[in-house]
Design a protein around this ligand. Structure first.
Ligand code: MN
Length: 269
């Protein structure tokens, strides 16, 4: 696919996203460990962009519900255009145009293929691999589905965790919701950029994403002005559910070897 489609969709005079150079990247990255990342992207809908470095670009899938550590939970992953390598560490605000919204670097690390030929695995639609990130580790598979999920256009895949010591029932997106780059949440990323960017014409207006974005804009503006906000009911709810996730994790850790804190300390990046 290369970067043609990526470039066609974007206006780089308006977007802070990197332009990228696949020829240069292919040469420079040769022989180095392959990079992977997951970017949490609040655009018209919240989703998680799952990216694997291969042959000078980042192969990319948009995962609406994000990755699951539970092998029984198969997550829909829409294959989207390849992205430049440089995109993998991007975090920030896309003020308008394609993908307008906030991008958070939710996880990053290295990956290795469990097959000899990645290009062939992509063609057959069955790519097995191992991740070594902060939040995601162990063995996974991306498998292309037939017409059942997306009308048979070949873009619908499933992201599935294989059973191993890194699998479990912990809801990783809820348990570890923040950036591995800045440590912040969406409002911190927006506050560090231009919190007034969406006083009108927000990229997400209605629905869950719209409500989420409205709150984030408000909290980012408060952060920027140095005012402390009254804790919003939504924030209290989030804390409560996070506490619950922690309890679940603690309960789990007595049975299983792997816990998220351990993942964090064992990560290289
Ligand atoms: Mn996206």
């Amino acid at each position: 696919m290369a970067l043609k489609e990526y470039h066609r969709k974007r206006d780089f005079t308006k977007s802070p996203e990197p332009v990228g150079d696949e020829q240069k990247d292919r040469a420079q990255r040769k022989g180095k460990p392959r990079f992977f990342c997951v970017q949490k992207h609040l655009a018209s809908h919240l989703h998680y962009d799952f990216r694997l470095e291969h042959d000078g670009v980042l192969l990319s899938w948009a995962v609406p519900k994000g990755p699951s550590l539970d092998p029984k939970t198969k997550r829909l992953a829409m294959h989207v255009e390849d992205h430049p390598i440089e995109y993998g560490t991007f975090e920030g605000v896309i003020p308008s145009g394609y993908g307008a919204g906030i991008v958070m670097l939710w996880d990053q690390g290295t990956w290795s293929a469990e097959v000899d030929d990645v290009s062939a695995a992509l063609r057959t639609g069955d790519l097995k691999f191992t991740l070594d990130g902060y939040k995601l580790k162990g063995s996974w598979v991306l498998v292309r589905t037939g017409g059942r999920w997306g009308g048979g256009d070949g873009r619908s895949w499933l992201l599935i965790k294989h059973k191993d010591e890194w699998a479990g029932e912990l809801d990783i997106t809820e348990f570890a919701p923040k950036s591995v780059k800045s440590g912040g949440d969406f409002e911190d990323i927006l506050a560090a950029d231009k919190p007034d960017v969406w006083q009108s014409q927000r990229p997400a207006k209605g629905g869950e994403a719209g409500a989420m974005l409205a709150k984030i804009v408000e909290r980012a503006a408060a952060l920027k002005s140095g005012k402390t906000l009254e804790p919003a009911p939504a924030a209290k709810r989030a804390t409560a559910s996070r506490t619950k996730a922690t309890k679940v994790a603690k309960r789990k850790s007595t049975k299983a070897k792997s816990t998220t804190p351990k993942r964090k300390t064992s990560a290289k990046r």
